[in-house]
Design a protein around this ligand. Structure first.
Ligand SMILES: *[C@@H]1O[C@H](CO)[C@@H](O)[C@H](O)[C@H]1NC(C)=O
Ligand SMILES: *[C@@H]1O[C@H](CO)[C@@H](O)[C@H](O)[C@H]1NC(C)=O
Ligand SMILES: *[C@@H]1O[C@H](CO)[C@@H](O)[C@H](O)[C@H]1NC(C)=O
Ligand SMILES: *[C@@H]1O[C@H](CO)[C@@H](O)[C@H](O)[C@H]1NC(C)=O
Length: 700
């Protein structure tokens, strides 16, 4: 019940505040329906009294016949309102605010409310919502808005009495009919909308529905006042409504099936994204099939750390030797057997689902509410880097990769880009009701000699059930699994060519892009630049990879590499080529270091050729420091791979010519300095622990 948590301090402060500063406004009347005095209702009353609102409660003591107190149902509220407005229908200067009360509080007084209402320049203003409810098919009829929420919400509206009276005069429904649908139909009739003069509060200047909008609202405490601020629209709404599905338990239960069928890079990112899925974990049941021994520990660790956040968890591991098709059948059947399972969301681990944390809560939910039976969510790009070939603008794209009969011509079903397709895989949603209905056949994933995905689609087509693909949003991309090797300790490090986008997300510091824009770059010594480049994970994995390899060496066993005296002074180190990482390291230099040098040394272009690149280890009892030397390079990068004060003490780097030292290198940050000639330097002694740095001498 997150909204209540949010509202509790608000109400408390409202009470704590001794005086209200608003004047009573005769021309405003608040009407609300409450059949019972719930705790929520009393909170509403307190906040109304605090601001001197004049309220009239309709229906107290009456039996509630309006069904669930949700937007489906609620007709009783319209009946009561219609009756109450009869006696006000000719009061042209009376403004009526009608609002729910069980989950509503005021954040400001009548004067501000009236001012904002008048500024809206309409006779009637309804609250607006992010999600359409209860009938999604009406979406196309809604006027498009460039900014703000598009759909009508019946939880709160304000208007002149005669117009409101006209609005509800048409009501002849049952108490259990939907009030939301009633108002929506009037609003969507352009003639009525104009005549009664109705608009929506798209930018939450008056009404803030917390449904689907928790992210855009913050509470602002200021000198005894409290306001809710809508960050998305920079508004200070007056009526705060903690309605609808923000009450997590009101969202339908979804079974998420995760399939790890082959060695897959960036599984850690997959799990991180799964955790960030904007859907309450208590409403998610998790089914994981891991077919890969190599990933066993990682999957189990994820479940140990996070499993109890989910409503339930079932893991089928590699030791059970369940075949892929059988596991997929198990997943689908778990949802089929569970009547509370409203949706089955199946995803393969090579899916990089990006939308859950880049956009607002509710997108998955709105996909779930769509009327199609099966949806593959997303427009996918294969192999990272490249941009989507499948975007809303390119209608000519054909999802057909197979030759099937004409009936599967990929005509867009609607302008919004939901397509009927013959074949889906990797990630899709299936309605629980479809699994219990058309698709109740248990063995969906076997079909003659086809593989599980093809079998699934063939079986569905045989049922004459349609599959749909939506390309209305970009949801992410597919990883490339080609040539993924599992021979190293941290194999993802080697994926900079195959999956550059994910490599960047995992290994490149989140503030690198800012550094590239010139922000955050420090100059601790003359001509020495210092900026973030690696994530913690990059540092840790590189060190662990080197320690795993273990052949630290100094001096003569590296003679073949230091011919010509490139490495002027020997260090205890392991070179990138010793672990077969030189191509990848070069790619990293080209992609991430070269652009920086071009920024910092204008006019200088590098192909980032390097002769030497290695990880150095400094220890008090091994090699604590490095005597003064010139690097045999045009420029040098020196990345700190662990943390001073935590992992080691001492250390750092001193440039003799400038008598300038960097004593507290930051983990993941690199020093970038000229090599030959000017930047004669030494490695300062490490006095305790082990210090690691990654060094690269780069030539034009
Ligand atoms: C509602 O508003 C309009 C202004 O657009 C006005 O002309 C009309 O008379 C009002 N009253 C009713 C009952 O619709
Ligand atoms: C409501 O009336 C005002 C003028 O009275 C007009 O500018 C506005 O467009 C009308 N809105 C609708 C939805 O008809
Ligand atoms: C990135 O920079 C912001 C401030 O600009 C800072 O708050 C954040 O901690 C930085 N991120 C990391 C990982 O250091
Ligand atoms: C170098 O700087 C330190 C203080 O940072 C100072 O004590 C020392 O005398 C300087 N050495 C030279 C050679 O200038």
């Amino acid at each position: 019940m997150r909204p209540l948590l949010l509202l509790a301090p608000l109400a408390w402060l409202l009470l704590a505040e001794a005086k209200g500063d608003a004047q009573p406004e005769d021309s405003l009347l608040v009407l609300t329906v409450a059949t019972r005095e719930t705790e929520g209702f009393r909170r509403f009353k307190r906040s109304a009294q605090f601001f001197n609102y004049k309220i009239q409660v309709l229906g107290l003591g009456e039996d509630w016949n309006g069904g669930q107190e949700t937007p489906a149902g609620g007709g009783q509220k319209v009946r009561l309102l219609k009756k109450a407005l009869e006696k006000h229908s000719d009061k042209e200067n009376l403004v009526i605010l009608f609002t729910d009360s069980y989950d509503v509080v005021f954040a400001s007084g009548p004067r501000e409310l009236l001012k904002k209402f008048r500024q809206a320049k309409s006779q009637v203003v309804f609250s607006a919502e992010e999600l359409i409810y209860p009938d999604r098919r009406l979406e196309a009829k809604y006027p498009v808005v460039s900014d703000g929420k598009r759909f009508l919400g019946s939880g709160g509206f304000i208007g002149y009495a005669p117009n409101l009276s006209k609005l509800v005069s048409e009501w002849e429904g049952q108490d259990s009919d939907s009030d939301q649908l009633f108002y929506t139909r009037i609003f969507l009739d352009p003639k009525k909308r104009e005549r009664i003069n109705i608009t929506l509060d798209h930018r939450c200047r008056i009404f803030q529905n917390l449904d689907g909008a928790l992210d855009e609202v913050v509470l602002k405490f200021e000198m005894g006042h409290v306001r809710a601020r809508n960050l998305a629209h920079d508004t200070l709404p007056v009526v705060i409504h903690g309605n609808g599905p923000t009450k997590d338990e009101a969202l339908p239960v979804v079974l998420v099936g995760v399939f790890i069928e082959q060695p897959t890079p960036f599984l850690s990112l997959f799990f991180r994204r799964l955790l960030r899925l904007r859907y309450p974990q208590k409403q998610i049941r998790l089914f994981i099939h891991n077919h890969v021994r190599h990933h066993k520990a990682q999957v189990e660790q994820f479940l140990t750390e996070h499993g109890d956040k989910y409503q339930s968890v079932k893991l089928v591991g590699p030791e059970t030797r369940v075949a892929s098709a059988d596991a997929r059948n198990m997943g689908a059947d778990l949802c089929r057997q569970d009547r509370s399972c409203s949706c089955y969301f199946s995803m393969d681990a090579e899916i990089a689902l990006k939308f859950p944390y880049t956009t607002k809560y509710g997108r998955l939910q709105s996909e779930i509410q769509k009327d199609c039976l099966i949806v593959i969510v997303g427009s996918w790009t294969q192999g990272g880097g490249t941009k989507s070939a499948l975007s809303c603008s390119s209608r000519l794209w054909s999802p057909l990769s197979l030759t099937l009969s004409d009936q599967w011509l990929p005509l867009p079903l609607s302008p919004s880009g939901v397509w009927n397709v013959p074949y889906i895989s990797s990630v899709y949603l299936i309605k629980g009701s479809a699994l219990r209905g058309e698709l109740q056949q248990k063995d969906l994933f076997h079909h003659s000699k086809l593989d599980p995905d093809m079998s699934f689609c063939a079986n569905i087509r045989q049922q004459d059930t349609f599959m749909f693909l939506t390309n209305r949003h970009t949801f992410g991309h597919l990883l490339s699994l080609d040539s993924y090797k599992t021979t190293h300790l941290h194999n993802d490090l080697w994926e900079v060519f195959n999956n550059p986008e994910d490599w960047k997300e995992k290994y490149i510091h989140e503030n690198y892009t800012q550094a590239l824009e010139g922000k955050l770059v420090e100059t601790p010594c003359p001509d020495v630049y210092w900026f973030p480049i690696f994530t913690e994970t990059a540092c840790d994995e590189l060190v662990e990879e080197m320690e795993h390899f273990g052949q630290w060496s100094v001096g003569d066993n590296k003679d073949n590499r230091i011919q010509g005296g490139y490495e002027n002074v020997p260090t205890i180190d392991i070179h990138m080529n010793q672990i077969g990482f030189e191509r990848e390291w070069h790619k990293f230099l080209v992609e991430y270091v070269a652009p920086m040098t071009e920024k910092l040394y204008p006019g200088y272009y590098t192909r980032a050729q390097f002769d030497l690149a290695f990880v150095v280890r400094y220890k008090p009892d091994e090699q604590p420091s490095l005597m003064p030397h010139h690097d045999a390079s045009t420029f040098t990068i020196n990345i700190a791979l662990n943390r001073v004060g935590v992992d080691y003490e001492g250390g750092g780097c001193r440039f003799l010519r400038y008598n300038c030292s960097i004593r507290a290198p930051r983990k993941g940050w690199t020093l970038l300095h000229p090599g030959r000639l000017t930047h004669y330097h030494e490695g300062l002694p490490t006095t305790k622990g082990t210090r690691y740095i990654a060094v690269s001498f780069v030539d034009p």
